[in-house]
Design a protein around this ligand. Structure first.
Ligand code: SF4
Length: 229
């Protein structure tokens, strides 16, 4: 909610600069902004202008649903026109406030459209003028090759909770999904933890919403859940 905070207290920008912060990541959604955050895009546009006026780098965090996947390239164009230096796409999580939103999960056509336009955007914009990123929650690229997707959960990243439990990723950070623990300030992973890495582990384990689980009866997934427990 940094966007809302800066909108209400623009003087925060100077405080951020004073402590050496140069990049601000803020949620900016297309088509569903008011439903998710209670802050309008017009308010956020002013925040972006204020940040840019102070030479701050702005990265927009945008949620993709089946409503806006088809305008992914247009979203990138808009982000560029607004003055953002980057945009990062996340897939809709059917949880929290979004639980009130129905029928917005992605199907295969939506994935295909999203990945096609994502590549078009990356081809169109030099990374130094607009960096276009997507989170692992989308899983493997359904269109383009080579597909370099590898889930990092428990391999290159972990999530640690105050009770010294270790989880593979923030999106599977809840009791029952532990992959290790902290012992004497060192991170230990359970030896039977296994991440096949070709899926978003959080997606496959249901944290992103039951509507998003694909291939639920895949024996590999059942084995994975059993292993972690
Ligand atoms: S579970 Fe893996 S792919 Fe999914 S968000 Fe976490 S690290 Fe990324």
């Amino acid at each position: 909610m940094i966007g809302l905070r800066i909108f209400k207290e623009p003087e925060i920008i100077d405080m951020l600069k004073e402590v050496g912060i140069k990049n601000v990541f803020m949620s900016y959604h297309f088509g569903i902004q008011d439903s998710l955050n209670g802050i309008t895009n017009e308010m956020l546009n002013k925040v972006i202008r204020d940040l840019r006026d102070k030479d701050m780098r702005v990265v927009l965090m945008t949620t993709i649903t089946n409503q806006n996947a088809k305008v992914t390239l247009h979203i990138c164009d808009t982000a560029y026109e607004l003055g953002a230096s980057g945009i990062e796409f996340n897939k809709i999580f059917i949880q929290g406030r979004a639980k009130n939103l129905t029928n917005i999960g992605l199907n295969l056509n939506d994935y295909n459209t999203f990945f096609t336009q994502l590549k078009e955007a990356r081809d169109k914009y030099d990374i130094n003028e607009l960096e276009v990123r997507r989170s692992g929650t989308f899983g493997s690229d359904t269109v383009n090759t080579p597909d370099r997707f590898h889930c990092s959960a428990g391999v290159k990243k972990v999530c640690i909770t105050p009770d010294n439990k270790v989880y593979g990723c923030t999106c599977i950070c809840k009791p029952g999904y532990e992959v290790g623990e902290i012992i004497d300030r060192e991170i230990y992973l359970y030896k039977d933890f296994y991440n096949e890495r070709s899926w978003c582990l959080g997606d496959k384990m249901g944290e992103l919403g039951i509507d998003n689980i694909q291939e639920l009866n895949d024996p590999n997934i059942k084995r994975l859940v059993k292993t972690i427990k």
